[in-house]
Design a protein around this ligand. Structure first.
Ligand code: GRF
Length: 315
């Protein structure tokens, strides 16, 4: 199961090509499902098309920012991508677009962030008499080139380097950095430790919740009371990571399994009052998981606690 990536470019697309060739390695945890551009003449589109990757281009000219971003967003969703990798995409993004891809959009920038955000990074590093330049991959947030840095490679500046000669070497570093960083980042979606930590954050946010280990499983309950969530990791070698939550009974369980048999299953030994929800399919909606956990908490919480919550909710 590989993470589905859309790459956005505006020009040569050599970083996109590095991502694409790395994706051909059997062990690569991502695949490129779309290369999209705001520039229909972008050279990188031809590379992608030749490699059999679907491409999409709509010029931003004549469209306002939000409208153009919406067109790109729709194409990305249509392609089934769950991550966006910006690779020389020369557009300032609307806050709506950034919010839609929160924690799921990466960018590569040719400097050692937080140094030299914006353009002309190599010349600025040379002018400042820096001895090292480099490249960074970061998560995209509303501020330009400002999100959390996921990885960097330093590139020494040679005496006599010009912006062009330095840019050529930084690009070589970029071709190493971006595929590796993207691969590590998307691998979290199938990493039991990361998935358990996500559940832990959501479960411990419930009132009077605590965590214990039950039959080797991380288990969340109400202090001194009933359990409302378990994380099943590779149970009897099934290879799955799943959240177990309370449901109303056998009918709801059957309905869920019927609606999506890959995602939902009947957890062994738990009976009809529980359902298992796979967390490792690569497209987990954590808001939805949060709702499941809150609902499960409510199902087991004593009346005095749920009453308190209801009263609090009225204010
Ligand atoms: C790269 O240097 C990248 O860091 C910056 O834009 C450049 C894109 O080059 N964001 P290419 O189109 O990948 O060749």
């Amino acid at each position: 199961m590989k993470a589905r990536i859309a790459v956005l470019i505006s020009g040569a697309g050599t970083n996109m090509a590095a991502l694409l060739y790395a994706a051909k390695l059997p062990s690569c945890p991502y695949e490129i499902v779309l290369v999209a551009s705001n520039n229909p003449d972008a050279e990188g589109l031809k590379i992608a098309a030749t490699e059999g990757i679907p491409t999409f281009a709509v010029s931003h000219i004549g469209l306002d920012r939000a409208a153009h971003d919406a067109v790109m967003h729709d194409a990305i969703v249509e392609a089934g991508a769950v991550y966006v990798a910006l690779a020389g995409y020369m557009r300032i993004l609307s806050t709506e677009f950034v919010a839609k891809w929160d924690e799921r959009m990466l960018n590569i920038h040719p400097s050692l962030l937080p140094k030299y955000k914006g353009l002309h990074t190599h010349q600025r590093a040379i002018d400042a008499k820096d001895t090292v330049a480099g490249t960074s991959v970061h998560l995209v947030t509303a501020e330009l080139d400002d999100g959390p840095v996921l990885g960097q490679i330093e590139v020494s500046i040679l005496p006599g380097d010009t912006a062009d000669t330095l840019a050529d070497r930084v690009k070589m570093a970029e071709y190493q950095l971006y595929p590796k960083t993207l691969a590590d980042y998307v691998a979290r979606d199938t990493n039991p430790e990361y998935l358990t930590a996500q559940v832990r954050t959501l479960a411990l946010a419930q009132p009077e919740a605590d965590e214990v280990l039950s039959h080797g499983m991380p288990c969340f309950g109400i202090v001194g009371g009933k359990k409302f969530a378990y994380v099943s990791v590779d149970h009897h070698g099934d290879g799955k990571t799943a959240l177990l939550v309370k449901i109303s009974g056998v009918e709801e369980q059957a309905m869920l399994i019927d609606s999506d048999a890959e995602r939902y299953y009947r957890p062994a030994y738990f009976g009809d009052g529980w359902v298992a929800i796979r967390l490792d399919l690569g497209d987990t909606d954590w808001d939805h998981i949060g709702d499941w956990i809150a609902k499960s908490w409510r199902a087991v919480a004593p009346k005095k606690l749920t009453n308190l919550m209801d009263v609090a909710g009225e204010f």
